[in-house]
Design a protein around this ligand. Structure first.
Ligand code: NDP
Ligand code: 8X3
Length: 254
């Protein structure tokens, strides 16, 4: 049991973030959970506190907004600032427009969430980790941070940026004893495709047609492995794929 350890998980209201919040609580972590949907945050807090008897602090804000993010982080009581693990998970793909099609608002939302949001939030947490000379940042990237596919240029760009930021963080934070890891999944069945296709369930279901995708728990278990290594061991990167998916271009559908 990791009693008294604290993890902050962004995007905890759904999918990978929600599953990771529960897995870490099961290990004994007290958790700070973030997202925009307050009803879901409150429900999750109640479920975790009841099931795992750990403490949960919820913060409801839009990570795209630097002022909201900084305000929310600064509202964290002092005894919660001793954050051991930060899971930068909040993110989305929005649409599948090609580069010559008009989708500026969607592109902005992806870049503002996946890249700028991750930076706004990390900046605050890193200050506290540097002070205590210890911490672990896990950035949720994607196979889209390695491959680029049709209709995915901006989402892929955002995850390529996450990979560059991860490498940069690892170098810059070396002297502060802060571990930095990226976890890059292939297809995971969450609300991700529903969000990408604006709530169109048929289109979302097509993504997983004929394959068994990863579940959010599969990814959460990889995250748990990463954060539970001994102090002198860091896992730099994990690429985790469904067995039926080799990369972003090659999927074997039954
Ligand atoms: P979900 O849509 O299920 O969850 C996304 C989470 O991000 C939600 O909790 C959502 O919370 C939060 N979020 C999105 N936008 C914002 C925002 N502006 N401010 C605050 N929180 C926000 O998707 P997944 O669990 O699948 O995605 C989690 C991460 O995993 C993402 O970074 C995604 O890119 C990555 N990923 C997903 C894969 C997949 O196939 N599913 C594969 C590879 C990587 P709320 O709406 O309440 O704000
Ligand atoms: C999500 C995986 O292949 O839809 O990051 O880009 S993919």
């Amino acid at each position: 049991m990791e009693t008294n350890k604290i993890a902050l998980i962004t995007g905890a209201t759904s999918g990978i973030g929600e599953a990771t919040s529960k897995e870490l609580a099961q290990l004994g972590y007290n958790t700070i959970l973030t997202g925009r949907r307050s009803t879901r945050l409150n429900k999750l807090k109640q479920e975790i506190e009841t099931t795992y008897q750990t403490e949960v602090l919820t913060l409801c804000f839009d990570i795209q907004d630097q002022q909201q993010t900084t305000y929310a982080l600064n509202s964290i009581p002092t005894h919660w600032r001793n954050i051991d693990v930060l899971i930068n998970n909040a993110g989305l793909a929005y649409g599948a427009e090609k580069i010559d099609e008009d989708a500026w608002d969607k592109w902005a939302q992806m870049l503002d969430t996946n890249v700028k949001g991750l930076l706004f939030l990390s900046k605050e947490v890193i200050k506290w980790m540097v002070q205590k000379k210890q911490g672990h940042i896990v950035n949720i990237s994607s196979i889209a941070g390695i491959n680029v596919y049709e209709g995915g240029s901006i989402y892929c760009a955002s995850k390529h940026a996450v990979n560059a930021i991860t490498k940069g963080m690892r170098i810059d934070l070396l002297k502060h004893n802060i571990k930095v890891t990226s976890v890059s999944p292939g297809m995971v069945e969450t609300e991700f495709s529903l969000v990408r296709y604006d709530g169109n369930r048929d289109k979302a279901n097509q993504v997983y047609r004929g394959i068994t995708p990863l579940s959010a728990i599969d990814v959460a278990e990889a995250i748990v492995f990463v954060v539970s290594r001994p102090a002198h061991v860091n896992i730099n990167d994990i690429l985790i794929m469904p067995t039926q998916q080799a990369d972003a271009y090659n999927t074997y559908r039954k």
